[in-house]
Design a binder for this molecule. Structure first.
Ligand SMILES: NC(=O)c1ccc[n+]([C@@H]2O[C@H](COP(=O)([O-])OP(=O)(O)OC[C@H]3O[C@@H](n4cnc5c(N)ncnc54)[C@H](O)[C@@H]3O)[C@@H](O)[C@H]2O)c1
Length: 326
């Protein structure tokens, strides 16, 4: 029901899956449910609940005859995780243990897990491939790595499990309908929602954290991936798991990187809006550049990104315009 989950639900419904969402709405809105239905032209189920409520979650899995789980529920603000680590360990790590216990109780053993490129930490080499050492530098990254390790141990101990850990790079963009997109509660953390709030006048300017990195224009470079490409990645992983046992890790990224200023310029071009910005100090822990090696997902899942930076900016602008009118 959150950002990535809503787009994934659309792609699952359109490819014939039945979908039931379980969410405590701590960072999403119930209206999104109707919007998913409208885009897909199909109905889907919903249970309001916290994944740490193992009993409720077990009942929801059982009552809705769930056969596979895509686990996206989590807190995701890297900076906040350093300020509230125990909240993050409780929600993300403990929440994942609760989910696995609920799945075990009703004998469901197919799971797609939302991991993150944050698990890699400072690059020893680029692009990051799945064998790159993992040294996360914040509690959020520790949570993701702990959960991945737990899932590997689980699949080792019980050969019935079929698990895909998807390491997302930087999801951006929105559904082309403009009906769903990234809509965080409170002050946004990610770059695109902030650009959106500047574009629609809610914020005066964008702060860019540092322009003295060793990149072409000095601003940080990231591997941006269109959320619809990411949604397709979940679908391909789920299909692949039908035929494959064990726990497997895949990077989901585009394989190339763009700077903050390149993204900004592209957004200005498609929106015909000027986005004022100021350069402020670097944020501790931010990396100069990183991007994914994506051969594994292409070779094994048959997945690669199809959408461009321009598609990302056009869909984001469409969503921003639409949400302003709602
Ligand atoms: N967006 C990114 O940049 C990014 C990058 C890498 C990985 N991820 C991971 O992907 C997943 C989804 O990210 P998103 O961008 O869609 O975030 P999101 O905040 O939009 O969606 C997460 C959803 O989980 C729900 N949730 C959180 N804690 C819950 C709990 N305890 N019980 C039930 N529901 C709960 C929230 O209400 C929200 O609807 C997260 O696990 C995140 O860590 C996101």
């Amino acid at each position: 029901m959150g950002y990535i989950g809503s787009h994934t639900a659309v792609q699952l419904l359109l490819s014939g899956y039945q979908v039931h969402i379980y969410d405590n709405l701590c960072n999403s809105n119930i209206d999104t449910l109707q919007r998913i239905k409208r885009i897909a032209g199909k109905d889907l189920g919903f249970t309001y609940g916290d994944i740490r409520d193992t009993q409720k979650l077990t009942a929801a899995l059982k009552e809705n005859s769930i056969e596979a789980v895509i686990h996206l529920a989590g807190l995701k603000a890297v900076g906040e995780s350093s300020k509230k680590p125990i909240e993050y360990y409780s929600n993300n790590t403990q929440g994942s243990i609760s989910l696995i216990q609920a799945m075990q109780a009703v004998h469901i053993s197919t799971l797609v897990f939302s991991s993150s490129a944050t698990v890699y930490g400072d690059p020893v080499y680029l692009p990051y491939d799945e064998a790159h050492p993992t040294f996360p530098t914040n509690p959020y990254g520790h949570n993701k790595l702990q959960i991945e390790q737990m899932l590997h141990d689980l699949a080792f101990s019980d050969k019935n499990w079929r698990i895909a850990c998807l390491r997302y790079f930087n999801p951006v963009g929105a559904h082309e309908s403009g009906l769903i997109g990234e809509n965080p509660n409170g002050i946004p953390n990610n770059l695109m929602p902030v650009i959106g709030q500047v574009a629609n006048g809610k914020l005066a300017q964008l702060s860019i954290f540092g322009n003295d990195y060793s990149t072409s224009d000095g601003t940080g470079k990231r591997d941006y991936i269109h959320v619809m490409d990411l949604a397709d990645g979940h679908l391909m992983a789920l299909n692949w798991l039908q035929e494959n046992l064990g726990c497997h890790t895949f990077n989901l990224g585009s394989g190339s990187s763009f700077s903050v200023l390149e993204l900004l310029r592209c957004f200005e071009k498609v929106s015909a809006k000027k986005i004022p910005y100021q350069i402020v100090a670097r944020r501790p822990g931010d990396l100069s550049e990183y991007y994914a090696k994506v051969d594994k997902a292409e070779k094994i899942l048959g997945w690669k990104t199809r959408r461009s930076l321009e598609d990302i900016c056009t869909s984001s602008w469409n969503w921003i315009k639409n949400s302003k009118n709602n």
